[in-house]
Design a binder for this molecule. Structure first.
Ligand SMILES: [Cu+2]
Length: 144
């Protein structure tokens, strides 16, 4: 079956290949590109695959390799030294406001994703469960 489908329109397949990989690539990047960062988190760390991304729709794929539950929250700027709820830094600058996107809980061994449309600036990704930011569960990244 696959042989007959392939041989019925070899020309069209070739044109589609050229378009998607040569002529249309720049449009895709400018308007609907999804920037991806893979994050390993655990007890008590947060390690990103990249710390500079292009603005637009950025997808974070977060795997909890630790023994404890963790979360994944993004704020603008650097909340280091601020005070939020007991044991936490403030989430005043949470992306998208207080109800903006985040991953509220990642069980040990699980992978969750978060997609957010980000404008240029400096951001901090963190686990803000009590004591976890202070223990080292955060990193900064720049959106260009
Ligand atoms: Cu944590």
């Amino acid at each position: 079956m696959s042989v007959s489908r392939f041989t019925s329109s070899p020309g069209r397949r070739y044109v589609r290949f050229v378009c998607s990989w040569v002529y249309c690539t720049s449009d895709t990047e400018n308007e609907s590109a999804s920037r991806a960062i893979t994050v390993s988190e655990g007890d008590m760390y947060l390690h990103p695959s990249a710390t500079v991304v292009a603005s637009g729709k950025v997808t974070f794929t977060v795997t909890n390799g630790g023994q404890a539950h963790h979360e994944f929250v993004i704020v603008t700027g650097d909340p280091t030294g601020t005070t939020g709820e007991p044991g936490k830094v403030t989430e005043t600058n949470h992306i998208g406001g207080a109800e903006g996107p985040e991953i509220g809980d990642i069980s040990p061994g699980q992978t969750e994703t978060l997609t957010a449309r980000l404008t240029p600036g400096t951001y901090t990704a963190m686990c803000n469960l009590p004591g976890h930011f202070g223990a080292g569960m955060h990193f900064q990244f720049v959106v260009q």
